[in-house]
Design a protein around this ligand. Structure first.
Ligand code: UTP
Length: 283
């Protein structure tokens, strides 16, 4: 299976930090966001990756490319730990790139993957969204896909204040945490939302999605919405997953993700906790 990582968006919610750098390259504690995403793909058993890029996104390609000069300098200085780390990034997976010419929305970005993906189901991981879980989120989705066979979406139970910002699932419970999707509503008003089950940013899609993307008109925000195209598919499932998901395009979630990721390191945790205790007392 192949994985597609859309990373061409403008990142307006994170301006000015994203004026001259892609939001997908914003560091979460010690690594750029998109490196977590690529690691999730690889840890889910997929090694063929297509990243959808666009204007101003070249640093993403540089990050996953081999850097002869840097490697040479690190080797000369005997910085072997850094050298190994830098080399492992460029050896992680086969990564191809295609540019989305105009930022016409997530659905339009996925259309750009048609030639590379062909007539096979494929995984989609938003390049600005990271997950933290024992079993990678995409692997959990693949397990559900293997059982039910249709497009499969990762969802999370949202608090009320987030509902108007997400695509929301109207579904029928099949078994614990797995729903057959009857309808998807993109960014509904709270009173119109059919549930609190929000689409998160991880999908397994069947290839008929490409035809559906051609058929639909622009939706919310005048953009081609992936949610609208999935809505046209016949056999769609949604599942909650074991773990946490962070939308890095939202400044507050980015900050929380950095703290949470730092706390996963035994050697860093005590200092962070001490710092937070001091801050709690101060405020
Ligand atoms: P968002 O919905 O966060 O949109 O994209 P955005 O334009 O990047 O950010 P804001 O709303 O202006 O702050 C979700 C994912 O889809 C990609 C983004 O790069 C991000 O990883 N995307 C979005 C595209 O690749 N192309 C698009 O036209 C829109």
């Amino acid at each position: 299976m192949k994985a597609v990582i859309p990373a061409a968006g403008l990142g307006t919610r994170f301006l000015p930090a994203t004026k001259a750098q892609p939001k997908e390259m914003l560091p979460v504690f010690n690594k750029p966001t998109i490196q977590y995403v690529v690691e999730e793909v690889v840890n889910s058993g997929i090694d063929d990756i297509l990243i959808i890029t666009g204007k101003g996104k070249r640093t993403i390609e540089d990050h996953f490319d081999k850097s002869f000069e840097l490697e040479y300098r690190l080797e000369k200085k005997g910085k072997t730990e850094y050298l190994k780390e830098v080399q492992s990034i460029s050896n992680m997976a086969d990564i191809c790139y295609v540019r989305q010419k105009k930022q016409n929305g997530l659905g339009d970005a996925i259309s750009c993957a048609e030639k590379h993906v062909g007539d096979e189901p494929f995984a989609v991981l938003l390049g600005d969204t990271i997950t933290y879980s024992k079993t990678p989120c995409t692997k959990q989705l693949l397990d559900v896909y293997e059982k039910y066979g249709g497009s499969t979406i990762a969802i999370e139970r949202l608090p009320q204040e987030k509902i108007e910002r997400y695509g929301i699932v109207d579904g029928t419970l099949m078994e614990d945490n797995i729903y057959k999707v009857d309808n998807l509503v993109e960014k509904p008003k709270l009173e119109d939302a059919p549930s609190n089950l929000g689409i998160t940013g991880r999908y397994i899609l069947t290839p008929d999605i490409f035809d559906k993307l051609k058929e639909i008109d622009a939706g919310v925000g005048g953009e081609i919405q992936l949610t609208d195209a999935i809505n046209e598919q016949d056999n769609v499932y949604a599942t909650t997953f074991e773990g946490t998901i962070y939308d890095i395009g939202n400044t507050m979630e980015w900050l929380k993700s950095s703290i949470d990721m730092a706390l996963t390191y035994d050697d860093v945790r005590p200092e962070i906790i001490e710092h937070m205790k001091n801050k709690i007392n101060e405020y």
